[in-house]
Write a new protein. Structure first.
Length: 663
């Protein structure tokens, strides 16, 4: 074994948490969050050990230190706050606290009635050494302390030795040469609040015209903004807005042959009009798009733009950069396939291209172009089919200049792949929520996402439907299924989204039995929607989103907790705000056809309630109030009326006028 640089450093620092893959990747936080750090810090022998947490904003050279507190069994804990967008660094340091060891031993000797004159001189020497490391004013103070310890009055010297003010000052001036630092500097990526808390509404601009059969425009989308904002959404997500290719264009219902006038798939990007930095002419101009961005912002929302790195055969890159695409043995470009399915209207990009650096730069420039127009949120299509190193590089490059940019990974694939995308920089991630239906499935999956290590770097975004996914539950469950799944998505996840108006209007006809493709899918044709249909659940959606805004407990997932019920069709869970003054209990009937009832057994401590305390629950969906007491309480939910409760827990308080009320 090679000798260490300084064998006098006896302290061990290990098992630091949070730490992702030995520091390879950053954890994620939001501006204003606290970062709680734990570590094992210990040494040989019986000397006292101390630890401190070091952190700094990445652009600053100097570290800020905060003391860590012992948790027992050599485990230590500290925290710091992140106040700026961008990246922070943190690490842990430990050292032998000779002064605290001396002070502790001195107390024992004094209690035993021993002669401590020499011990006081030892302490004076430690204080004088610290004075050399201190600033001028503190150095003078420490020298006075040392003189007192060397004084002739033993009682006065003993009082000085045990003075907590001296101990606090000594802790500030440890010997850095004797400090052991953790072997790695760990990273925190700090995003804005919308990375953690957002409600997405997806619509196809081409289906927003008020005239039957006419292609919608950005101006038509603006006319829809009052509707979307009125539902309470804060992110308006638009599928690709670029020119659509004509070669091998898909027809209605994904037909391999398009009829005259068929609109094609927006994901078949590129034509003679341009590629990923061009706008479909029937939607409007670049200035029209900028006008839409401003109009959306005026409604308190943001536009999320779809980034799909694939090309139609008509895309300019096919001629300008043929080396960016794979060739087949016959010399033709390889189109997308998922055997036996063929997608001749789409050419995937080749991330093993000999010109991979040129490809990377070209894709980065697409992001930069739209960032310069004012877009700050991107929903990235199929990122799991592109190289991980590319995403790590490009997101890092973009967030260096645009730290407020957010990226949602649309990847429904293997768990490790989804997690890797989150690690390399994606701000949010689609999940398997669409296919988690039973109480056990939902409980286990959300626990995995919110309580285990993955929650340090992966922010779930729950979608009950997408243009690609019409789950079986929505196909067969009718209106109650849409209501239940919406409440689950909006209350289980601080980030969620829907594909509308298909969702609020209960669109549930599959292309074929057993499949999840929509019949008459909007991906391949322009649709007309009757937003005033009497069966729409838009009103309920607005109520749920208002409850989300008004209750900070629903803005995060740090305290999601599932409460037992005696009925497998009833799922109950709560969230509380970090301050503890807001608690939401949600109960959902997972049976879309029958009334279900049962008893919820509450963990009262999680809700900050005493066992003998009566309390009210106020249902945000109906306005009904119920007086409860104790842990077991009865619920009954009829799917044909309202299949869920979103209860705000109200505690009894006494007013200044000496009467009780619930708050």
């Amino acid at each position: 074994m090679q000798k260490p640089a300084d064998g006098r450093k006896r302290v061990v620092v290990e098992s630091v948490e949070p730490e992702i893959d030995a520091g390879r990747f950053a954890i994620k936080r939001i501006v204003g969050d606290s970062v709680h750090v734990e570590a094992d810090v210990f040494a040989d022998g019986h000397d006292h050990v101390a630890a401190r947490l070091l952190f700094r904003y990445h652009e600053l050279a100097e570290w800020t230190a905060v003391p860590m507190q012992p948790l027992g069994n050599d485990r230590w804990r500290g925290e710091f706050s992140v106040s700026r967008l961008g990246e922070y660094l943190y690490t842990v340091a430990g050292w032998i606290d000779h002064f605290d060891t001396w002070r502790s031993d001195l107390e024992k000797r004094i209690a035993a009635g021993q002669d401590v004159r020499v011990d006081l001189l030892n302490g004076a020497q430690l204080v004088e050494e610290a004075a050399v490391r201190a600033g001028r004013d503190d150095a003078d103070a420490l020298r006075r302390w040392a003189a007192d310890l060397r004084g002739k009055d033993p009682k006065s010297a003993q009082t000085t030795a045990l003075d907590p003010t001296l101990a606090a000052m000594m802790a500030q001036y440890l010997d850095p040469a004797m400090e052991t630092r953790y072997e790695r500097e760990l990273r925190v990526t700090v995003d804005r609040e919308r990375a953690r808390y957002s409600a997405w509404y997806e619509l196809f601009p081409r289906s927003t015209s008020s005239e039957s059969g006419k292609h919608g425009t950005f101006r038509d989308v603006e006319k829809r903004l009052d509707y979307v904002a009125g539902l309470g959404f804060d992110v308006l997500y638009l599928p690709p807005i670029h020119p659509i290719g004509h070669a091998f264009r898909k027809g209605k219902n994904n037909s391999v042959k398009a009829e005259n006038g068929d609109a094609g798939s927006p994901w078949a990007i590129g034509s003679k009009e341009g590629g990923h930095t061009a706008i479909h002419s029937e939607l409007g101009t670049l200035e029209d798009f900028r006008h839409l961005l401003r109009a959306v912002a005026d409604k308190g929302m943001e536009v999320a733009m779809d980034i799909a790195f694939q090309c139609s055969p008509d895309h300019p890159w096919v001629k300008e950069h043929p080396e960016w695409f794979k060739k087949r043995a016959d010399g033709t470009i390889q189109y997308a396939e998922n055997p036996p399915k063929k997608y001749q209207d789409i050419y995937p990009l080749d991330f093993e291209s000999s010109d991979w650096q040129g490809l990377w730069n070209g894709l980065r420039d697409v992001f930069v172009y739209w960032l310069e127009q004012g877009v700050r949120i991107f929903r990235v299509d199929n990122p799991h089919t592109k190289a991980f190193p590319f995403w790590e590089w490009v997101i890092g490059e973009l967030k260096r200049d645009y730290p407020d940019a957010l990226f949602l990974a649309e990847a429904f694939t293997r768990p490790r792949v989804m997690q890797r995308l989150a690690k390399v920089g994606f701000s949010q991630s689609y999940t398997y929520f669409s296919w988690r239906n039973t109480k056990q499935e939902i409980t286990e999956y959300l626990t995995e996402l919110t309580k285990e290590r993955v929650s340090e770097f992966m922010r779930p975004n729950l979608w009950p439907n997408t243009p690609d996914i019409l789950p079986e539950t929505l196909q067969v469950g009718g209106r109650p299924a849409f209501l239940s799944r919406f409440v689950l998505a909006a209350t289980l996840g601080p980030n969620y989204g829907i594909y509308g108006p298909a969702f609020e209007l209960g669109e549930n006809q599959p292309l074929r039995p057993g499949g999840e493709e929509y019949l008459n899918s909007e991906k391949y044709e322009i649709r007309e929607w009757n937003l005033d249909a009497p069966h729409s659940i838009a009103g309920v959606m607005a109520i749920v989103n208002r409850a989300r805004r008004e209750n900070p407990a629903l803005h995060a997932n740090h305290d999601l907790f599932f409460h037992p019920t005696d009925n497998p069709y009833l799922i109950a869970y709560s969230k509380t705000s970090r301050e503890g003054n807001n608690a939401i209990l949600t109960v959902v009937n997972l049976d879309y056809f029958h009334r279900q009832s049962g008893w919820v057994t509450l963990d009262l401590e999680r809700l900050h309630l005493r066992p003998d305390e009566s309390f009210q629950v106020l249902d945000a969906l109906t306005g009904a109030r119920y007086l409860w007491q104790g842990s077991r309480n009865y619920v009954e939910l009829a799917p044909d009326r309202m299949p869920a409760h979103i209860f705000r827990v109200l505690r009894k308080v006494r007013s200044e006028k000496d009467f009780d009320y619930y708050q």
